[in-house]
Design a protein around this ligand. Sequence first.
Ligand code: KMH
Ligand code: ZN
Length: 305
Amino acid sequence: MASKATRPAIITCAPTGAIHTPTMSPALPVTPEQIAEASLAAAGAGAAIVHLHVRDPQDGHPVQDAGLFKEVIAAIKDRSDVVVNLTTGGSPHMSVDERIAPAVQLAPELASLNMGTMNFGLFPMLDRFPDLQHDWERRHLENKDIVFKNTYADIERILKLCGDQGTRFEFECYDTAHLYNLANVLDRGLVEPPLFIQTVLGLFGGTGADLEDLAHLRRTALRLFGDDFEWSVVGAGAAQLRFASIALSLGGNARVGLEDSLWDGPGRLAESNAAQVERVAEMTRLLHREVATPDEARRRLDLRD
Ligand code: KMH
Ligand code: ZN
């Protein structure tokens, strides 16, 4: 088997998420058609996985509506074999019951699983985006009382309800403690390797976006899980490209998309999700690695298809 440093890189694209709002960027997909089109274009540019959220088609606020997810998934599957990954994080304003309903109903091959409860501060973005069109956008950003709830009971419930249907997980780890929480469920036989670990840096409430933060998360993951995991990195905002380049250089994988960063460069909004994917795909090839196909990702993450 090729060494990790030369194996094809698995690129995930997260096209819309639940953090950014439509006023912030005209490129943020909102309707099911836009989200499906953005996902297909990202797949065409090299994404092996698309991590999906949906939004209210009228005002763009994040919703966890299984019907909308179904529409998006059908449109994607009609034209692509890209791996579809459904969020169980939804938005930090939602209850856990609300968040898990679509994945329980639709049994995707991959779903996100957030590995710890944390504060969630979106208010630092208000400085950059003072003029928001919808009231919900302002409430969303101004809220300083958000707890992103992912207790041990929540984690076990999601593992059971989704895992029993054959869904595998993108384990989202925003801090060192989340890696220890993952090691605990692994030790108890509640999850099976290979683990797909998504280290998330630069969200306020989680770990910062310093190179030392990334190095510490990676070292901790290597110590806890040996070689039996696929490591991927999300750098929020301006950290996106910097951390993608480091992860790719170290033999890891990268996640990009407008869920995590609206930017293409300093003060320059990205034109599309596909533009961000093209960038990291090009970077992958410059580093003498190939870009993994969806089937390669399925094989390495042991997805059921
Ligand atoms: N915005 C991401 C960093 C989820 O969907 O489960 C967090 C996320 C959570 O992707
Ligand atoms: Zn997400």
